[in-house]
Design a protein around this ligand. Structure first.
Ligand code: M6R
Length: 361
């Protein structure tokens, strides 16, 4: 049942405020400015002994994991990174007993992720799952974890589950942070930010008509560049994947800082750039990147917290806490991918050559 929407993708994009409500529900602990994660299976002493976090997933879940790694590093000050599960399992990685491994998967059935989990368990590692589908293979094989509670996601292309997974990671980062050295004040600040998310998501979705208009402009592009720096980079990666999957337009994501090391050579009027420009301590650096693109007559769409002078168009998104901004900044770009695909007459819920869950090697 699509509930009045033409596609599941559209329906699922519009379900995100409710979905985020669900992942937060019953988990916030105002007394200690932290969150309770019932299924984590990690006591405080164990949480304090973690020396590293390694997050594994594929596709969109990998991108959510990149955001999660940044949040864990920022809020809990534990070195953390994300890696495609498929790469990890084939490179004979060193499995370290002081590392917490986290497998991320919407379906909980992606074979590359499952195989990585099994290999890690075989070697005695502790593995948590950040999973949407309750009782799925990855959820069962993990030592514990967090359910993402996005609800059923039917469209092959993941949207609401991505958003909810990033929120689940914010909860984990806050929990680990408050078990270690994150202050009460910062805990309160993050909790207040989390509570603002559903309303801010609805605010973003109100800009749909404006984004639909932009999509008409981009539908004839042969290729697009997505750039972001630090918090904006995984957002750019995910937005680029979303556009590719549903519209079949070639897209490439780059850290904004890498522009001058190569991709600047591509800039010309026919290659539009989408820039993620959060209002954080890197704002001026990002503005400089826009200037470099503008100087080469590149067309720019900025997703930012305030109008960007160098951009041809800016989609303004509501500001949250710096650490939580990535949760929101990709949402307008889900709509951009959707409306671009619609303008091109693509089969949005079932893109060619793709399956909802990849249960084979
Ligand atoms: O079910 P999973 O989260 O494990 O799936 C991982 C990827 O296959 C998935 O995210 C894929 O990239 C989607 N088509 C993204 O829209």
């Amino acid at each position: 049942d699509m509930g009045g929407h033409d596609t599941y993708m559209h329906k699922e994009i519009h379900e995100q405020a409710d979905a985020v409500d669900r992942v937060l529900r019953g988990r916030i602990d105002d007394r200690f400015s932290t969150v309770h994660l019932g299924g984590l299976n990690l006591d405080a002493r164990e949480a304090r002994q973690i020396r590293r976090v390694k997050i594994l997933g594929c596709g969109t879940s990998y991108h959510a994991g990149m955001i999660g790694a940044q949040m864990i590093e920022e809020l809990a000050r534990i070195p953390a990174d994300a890696e495609p599960a498929s790469e990890f399992r084939y490179r004979n990685a060193v499995v370290d007993p002081d590392t917490l491994y986290i497998a991320v998967s919407q379906s909980g059935e992606t074979y590359d992720v499952l195989a990585a989990v099994q290999e890690l368990k075989r070697k005695g590692a502790r593995v948590l799952g950040v999973v949407n589908v309750v009782g799925s293979a990855i959820a069962r094989e993990s030592d514990g974890g967090i359910y993402v509670h996005a609800g059923p996601e039917v469209c092959v292309v993941s949207t609401k589950c991505f958003t909810n997974t990033t929120v689940a990671f914010a909860l984990l980062a806050l929990h680990l942070g408050r078990t270690r050295d994150l202050s009460v004040a910062d805990g309160k600040r993050i909790i207040a930010g989390l509570r603002r998310l559903p309303e801010q998501i609805n605010e973003i979705l109100k800009a749909e008509d404006e984004i639909k208009e932009l999509a008409q402009e981009f539908a004839d592009a042969r290729s697009m560049l997505f750039i972001g720096r630090v918090r904006g980079y995984p957002v750019a990666r995910e937005a680029s994947l979303k556009l590719k999957e549903v519209s079949y337009i070639h897209a490439e994501a780059y850290p904004a800082s890498e522009l001058k090391h190569g991709p600047l050579a591509l800039i010309e009027p026919a290659l539009p750039t989408v820039a993620i420009v959060p209002d954080d301590d890197l704002l001026e650096k990002n503005r400089a990147a826009l200037e470099e693109i503008k100087a080469r007559s590149g067309k720019i769409l900025a997703v930012a917290h305030q109008e960007q002078e160098k951009a041809d168009r800016t989609v303004v998104v509501p500001k949250n806490e710096d650490e939580l901004d990535p949760i929101l900044m990709g949402i307008p770009l889900q709509l951009l991918a959707y409306h671009t695909a619609l303008a091109l007459g693509r089969d949005i819920d079932k893109p060619r050559n793709l399956a909802k869950s990849v249960t084979v090697e």
